[in-house]
Each structure stands twice: as C-alpha cells, then as structure tokens.
Write a protein that binds this ligand. Structure first.
Ligand code: ADP
Ligand code: MG
Length: 252
C-alpha cells in the first residue's frame, strides 16, 4: 500500500467555454514532494487546468482540494496565501523596477500590518527581505543583474527572475506553465538544473510543459492531456511507451 500524501487533488473537474469542452472528467492527484508534469499538444487544455487550480477560472463542475482545503470558489490571492505560487506562460513582472525589487515585492506584500506601525521593525524587516531576495537571485544565477531594469532582461532571465519571485514566497506547491517556453537550449538546460535543485529541497511542483526533453528530465509522474481529457498517466517510462500518447502527439 502506498502511504504517499496527496497534497493536491483535482476532482472530476469540467470546464466549458460556451460549446467548447476545454476540460472533461479531470482527476489528478499530486503527491507531496513530487514533480508532476502535465503534457499535451497545443490547445489540449493545460493552461485552462492550471488557471482552474489557481482560481483564475472557475470550473463548470468539480473541485480542487489542496491539503484538505477546498480551493474552488476562492480568489487567486487567497489561494496564493495558502502556499501555492505559480510561474505563468507569459511572465508577469514590474518592468520599470530593478530585478532585486521585483523579487522583494512578493515577500514585502506578505508583510504583517503591525510592521507598518513600527519604523525600526519595518527597516529591519526590509533588510532581511533584501538579503533573502539576493540569496534567491544567487540561486537562480542572477545576482549580478540585481540592479538591472526587469523590463530590459532577456526572456530566459525574466523567467529565472520570476522563479526567484516565487521561491521567496516559500510555497508548498509551485506551479509552472511552460517554464522554458521561448528559451534557447542552453537556457533550457540551466532552468532544468535549477528546477532539479529546487526538487531536492522537497518542494511539490506541477509543471505544464510542451518540451519532452524538459518533462522527461524532471517529472516523477506525467499526466497526458489531449482535447481536454487525461488520456494517460504514470511514470515517464510508462507514458513514453504508451501508444495513445504517441498518437496524440504525432497523429494529432
Ligand atoms: P493549452 O494550454 O494546452 O495549449 P488552453 O488551456 O490554453 O490549451 O486551451 C484549451 C482550449 O480552450 C483551446 O481550444 C482554447 O482555444 C480554449 N480556450 C482557452 N481559454 C479560453 C477562453 N478564455 N475562452 C474561450 N476559449 C478558451
Ligand atoms: Mg498553454
């Protein structure tokens, strides 16, 4: 018997956009500490599923449960406060601010209101956050860019910065929507190494990915989505040999 702890449970989720059944019968269990990949061709419903999990979209039916708490019906910021952070397919950053400030903001946003009444406490807190942000930037290999304008970064660097913006929140669950989209092979490999490093710290991750190289390098478990349905799931080896998966990718 498995004693694995299911931290995220997507239960019988459907999502319709008018006549389009974008998600149908989605059941997904993500275990604590694992990297769970969701793959599938373009238009399969991957981003829709991620947006349902983070509360950006309401499912037409079904629900999402995180660590015993029903997420469905909660707002994205409330879901974020429960310990879920996400990296979007298109990075959401503050282009006019420095890289360092971008990374400090998610941590400062969590600041307890009481700090604002205590100037010295506030300054000490800001110093602590600055140090932590520098540490996160070092982790993602961007410390030397800390004073650069975020808007001037390359696409790969923006993604790395955004990852640091997530890590500083110390999430229990990190969701990544195509974290290597648009990156060169070199940047992709750097990002894979970085995600492996995060994995070794035991953070649970759901990664949505089109790039097979990334998925097979990282995932403990893979769910394959095609036309809004999960057509296969299992370990990378199980999924790789599945004829339905090959058909969805090659025949579709
Ligand atoms: P993927 O991320 O796998 O490429 P998406 O989840 O973005 O796929 O899209 C799944 C399907 O749902 C596509 O057919 C897409 O056109 C449609 N879709 C996504 N978002 C919306 C929306 N807000 N309104 C209507 N249709 C949408
Ligand atoms: Mg997508």
């Amino acid at each position: 018997m498995s004693v694995a702890n299911v931290v995220l449970h997507v239960a019988d989720v459907h999502k319709r956009f008018g006549g389009l059944h974008a998600l149908a019968d989605i059941d997904l269990e993500v275990e604590e500490g694992q990297t769970h990949a969701i793959i599938g061709p373009n238009g399969a419903g991957k981003s829709t599923l991620l947006n349902v999990i983070i509360g950006k979209l309401a499912p037409t039916s079904g629900q999402v449960v995180f660590d015993g708490t029903v997420l469905t019906g909660r707002k994205p910021y409330q879901i974020n406060q429960l310990g879920i952070a996400r990296v979007f397919q298109t990075p959401e950053i503050f282009a006019d601010l420095s890289v360092l400030h971008n990374v400090m903001i998610p941590a400062l946003a969590k600041r307890d209101g009481a700090f604002k009444l205590n100037m010295m406490g506030s300054l000490a807190y800001e110093k602590k956050i600055r140090e932590e942000a520098e540490h996160m930037l070092e982790d993602v290999g961007m410390l030397s860019s800390r004073e650069d304008h975020a808007g001037s970064l390359s696409r790969g660097d923006k993604r790395r910065m955004e990852l640091a913006m997530c890590l500083i929140q110390h999430p229990r669950l990190l969701l990544l929507d195509e974290p290597t989209a648009g990156m060169s092979r070199h940047d992709t490999n750097t990002t894979i190494e970085l995600l492996k490093k995060i994995k070794s710290r035991g953070m649970t991750k759901v990664i949505i990915e089109h790039d097979m190289h990334v998925v097979f390098s990282l995932a403990d478990k893979i769910s394959v989505l095609a036309q809004g349905r999960i057509i296969a799931d299992g370990t990378p080896d199980q999924v790789r040999g599945n004829p339905k998966v090959q058909e969805a990718y090659l025949g579709g």
